[in-house]
Ligand binder design. Structure first.
Ligand code: PEP
Length: 259
């Protein structure tokens, strides 16, 4: 079985000015555990990326964006392109987040174009799937998320399993304080991995990192990290606070090191 490097990714959403982000990042570097075996990234809002990049440039902490357009340039007022993110040193870009799907009506088709663009520009998508509560209660969660995966990724040129990360984020758990049951997250992640395996083979699928996201906090992360199938977390609220973010990294490192 492949050893997948655990990932803790902070999604800062629409929080932190460039000055606040720079300060946070300076303190994060001071407190960051030496020789951490966990990959850590933060995804600030666009205007704060340069301040964060400047601070993190010589560190092992990476950074990414929360969205992008699929075109390289053009008359798309308010949008940001893949080469622009590249120029800011972004290694990752969150795509298909439920807040983008819900509040900005992002469609599967648009997300697929973004996935394709990210892969072709060497940006690593953190591709989000997740069902709403009605879908879960109806027993359709796995079908729904598999459909999102298919819509974004089936038949896309994806030759390197490490080139993208998937995040299972049930909508009803995002920002609500309510987490999924670890067993449900494992069932979902396993079926997503099986789907990838059916396209690219088991060895490939075994190397793809799949995260859980949804109200993860220092007191709830352990139950997810103890699951072999869960390769890390995508965290919103708890990534905005320095101490809780560091705690998330340290707990992940401790559990995954002994797994
Ligand atoms: C997210 O925004 O991806 C997320 C998981 O948010 P929260 O941790 O606040 O639920």
């Amino acid at each position: 079985m492949a050893k997948r490097i655990p990932l803790v990714a902070g999604n800062w959403k629409m929080y932190k000015t460039p000055a606040e982000a720079g300060n946070f990042t300076r303190k994060l570097l001071e407190k960051f555990p030496e020789n951490s075996s966990v990959e850590v990234i933060v995804c600030p809002p666009f205007p704060a990326i340069p301040a964060v990049a400047l601070k993190l440039a010589e560190s092992r902490i990476g950074w990414g964006a929360q969205n992008m357009h699929w075109e390289a340039e053009g008359a798309y007022t308010g949008e940001v392109s893949p080469p622009m993110l590249q120029a800011l040193g972004c290694r990752y870009v969150i795509l298909g987040h439920s807040e983008r799907r819900i509040h900005f009506n992002e469609t599967d088709e648009q997300i697929r174009k973004k996935m394709k663009a990210a892969l072709s520009y060497g940006l690593r998508p953190i591709f989000c799937v997740g069902e709403d509560l009605a879908t879960r209660d109806a027993g359709d969660a796995e079908f729904f998320c598999r459909h999102q995966l298919d819509a974004a990724l089936m038949d896309l040129p994806w030759s390197n399993p490490e080139a993208l990360v998937i995040a299972y984020e049930p909508i009803w758990a995002i920002g609500t304080g309510r987490t999924a049951e670890p067993a449900d997250a494992v069932a979902m992640i396993s079926q997503l991995r099986d789907r990838i395996s059916s396209w690219h083979g088991a060895e490939f699928a075994d190397r793809v990192r799949i995260l859980y996201g949804g109200s993860v906090k220092p007191d709830s992360i352990a139950s997810f990290m103890e699951e072999e199938q869960v390769d890390g977390v995508l965290v919103g609220g708890a990534s905005l606070n320095l101490d809780s973010f560091i705690d998330l990294v340290q707990i992940t490192a401790k559990i995954k090191a002994t797994a």
